[in-house]
Design a binder for this molecule. Sequence first.
Ligand code: UDP
Length: 369
Amino acid sequence: MNILIVGCGFTGAVIGRKLAEQGHQIKIIDQRRHIGGNCYTERDVKTGIMEHVYGPHIFHTDDEEVWNYVNQHGSFKPFINRVKSIVGGQVFSLPINLHTINQFYKKTFSPIEAKAFIESIGDSNIENPKNFEEQALRFIGPDLYDAFFKGYTLKQWGIHPTQLPASILKRLPVRFNYDDNYFSHKYQGMPEHGYTEIFKSILNHTKIEVELDCEFQRAMIVEYDHIIWTGKLDQWFNYSEGKLSYRTLRFEKNYAEGDYQGNAVINYGDESVPFTRISEHKHFSPWEKHDQTIYFKEYSSECGDNDIPYYPVRLANDKEILDRYLAMAQAEKNVTFAGRLGTYSYMDMDVTIRQAMNIAEELLNNFSK
Ligand code: UDP
């Protein structure tokens, strides 16, 4: 089969490789001038630091097959993300753990005491939390919610946490020990030579052709037996049912000598600080030595037509529109929708790769019928 894949992020690359390995001819196009989608990394010209151009990407997963897959395509170095949050002029440890709780309440609780205390301040009247705020009030109570989540979430999503799904908060654990590993996954790491090298390896197959700086045109469809669309779901349908909302990010890049903040990621919980977090990229490659540093202030805003979409918002209104698009997507015969944008879902890299593997498997089954 002759297959066109639109978009060269993990979804497009992984599906392309799997299909190519089974003898299909793959063309991958991307409107950008580089492979890798939002995972793209390159060395900053002035400092030589590996820059995560579209924001920090830390690989973490429980999926052994996915972990083996990325390791086959590049070497990974151990990396544990230990995030701090600055709130009200103080530095705290995230995700909320025993250190955070003891520091915040000026206590010396043991794990059992801390658990009992947090349970006592959580609102037990909320039986089934229906949104982000209720989830927070139920499980951590109003003080920690106000300090660490309310302001940050307002800045990140641009809407009140009562309108956001509880699932977003469920991404973060609350721990009653001093474990400050931001992720709870078994496998975690950073690609030693950046993500772009991983993409180069995945795409390195005789049956894969990549064309960059290439906009998708509907006229291309006739040349292929099947299309895999990893762009925005609503864009494929010319926004006929309305626009799905996304958040975009802006990164303000700064240079400094030495070490700027002493950590890879520091969040800013206060609503009065306009950015959500600062990431200092040399700390993502702690095995390298650099005298200078680069750091990025991250600003979140509504995604306009010409902005890069990062996060699907999935408000009630979006869900209605989404259902209509999903029905339309089902009815498309020779088009498969995949990835964060193509399925309008908030997926991490590992889940994206897993989805791509599964989709490739399904397609191969269907093609052979
Ligand atoms: N969040 C927050 N304060 C923080 C970190 C996270 O309120 O200091 C909330 C925020 O709504 C965010 C969500 O938790 O969107 C999930 O956080 P995560 O770090 O997983 O977000 P990502 O790294 O994907 O942007």
